[in-house]
Design a protein around this ligand. Structure first.
Ligand SMILES: *Cc1c(COP(=O)(O)O)cnc(C)c1O
Length: 265
């Protein structure tokens, strides 16, 4: 999070984006505190899928400096509204949905980072494109490896046992800068069993992502030293993710209210 003092929840009406953002920042601060971490160790990414450009601008006006889009189409549609802020470095835009190879150019034109890298083929294709555009070194694209920690077939991401090898290979590509790892936690509500067991399952998944990151950092392999981020935790489970070391939480519903349009993750 930024160094700017954030308004307390009481200063905003609860029905506004600014008011809900203040509540989310409180949740993050409280969870960080409970985990013995500093609140500024956890960055808020606002997930903007299905939201209008106006709603996004409302969030930016309330101090948001990192947003995430799931679909390339929405990313491209909202890009003009945020282009100025991206250009002057005040806003970062991450692609947090699955990326198809034929949409790489559109993502490179509008996003500052990609959190959903899950195959070496895709990584090579993006890196090649970046190299052709002279985007290497400082200008390389920030990427995270998405890991499917729950093993659910419906979720994208590489299997945990293959994640470290993929990350090491990605880190060596000239057009990419590996910044860390991303996952979508197990569904709290769908998990069965006695109270507390669902939370344990969710936490175990987040702990797995942290272990993968630590393994890759400890490897000392070329390009891996920058892979410090753990993007995990959403509206329903951000406290659990922060307890397990999240450095980025991706929050949509708690910022904008329930989504009207159904989307897939
Ligand atoms: C929608 C989405 C989020 C935010 O989910 P909420 O439950 O609305 O906070 C986070 N990450 C990804 C990948 C998403 O698609």
């Amino acid at each position: 999070m930024s160094d700017h003092p954030q308004p307390t929840p009481a200063q905003h009406s609860p029905g506004t984006v600014a008011g809900r953002l203040a509540v989310v920042r409180e949740r993050i601060a409280t969870a960080a505190d409970a985990a013995g971490r500093r609140p500024d160790e956890v960055r808020l990414l606002v997930a903007t899928k299905t939201q209008t450009a106006d709603a996004v601008l409302e969030a930016l006006a309330a101090g948001v400096d990192l947003i995430g889009e799931n679909r390339v189409q929405e990313l491209v549609a909202k890009a003009p509204a945020v282009a100025d802020r991206v250009a002057d470095g005040a806003l970062q835009v991450h692609m947090i949905g699955h990326l198809q190879r034929n949409k790489i150019n559109q993502v490179l034109a509008t996003a500052t980072g990609l959190e959903t890298l899950d195959s070496l083929e895709l990584a090579r294709a993006i890196s090649d494109r970046c190299v052709r555009d002279d985007r290497t070194g400082d200008r390389a694209l920030d990427v995270m490896v998405q890991v499917n920690v729950t093993g659910e077939e419906s979720k994208s991401g590489i299997e945990p046992q293959d994640a470290a090898a993929l990350a090491t290979a990605v880190a060596a590509l000239p057009g990419l800068r590996l910044t860390g790892f991303m996952t979508i936690g197990a569904r709290l509500t769908a998990a069965e069993g006695p109270a507390g067991e669902a939370e344990q399952t969710v936490r175990a998944g987040f702990a797995r992502l942290r272990a993968i990151r630590d393994e890759v950092l400890a490897s000392g392999a070329p390009g891996t030293a920058s892979a410090t981020e753990l993007s995990m935790g959403m509206t329903g489970d951000l406290e659990l993710a922060i307890a397990e070391g999240a450095t980025i939480v991706r929050v949509g519903t708690a910022v904008f209210g329930p989504r009207v349009t159904a989307t897939t993750l």
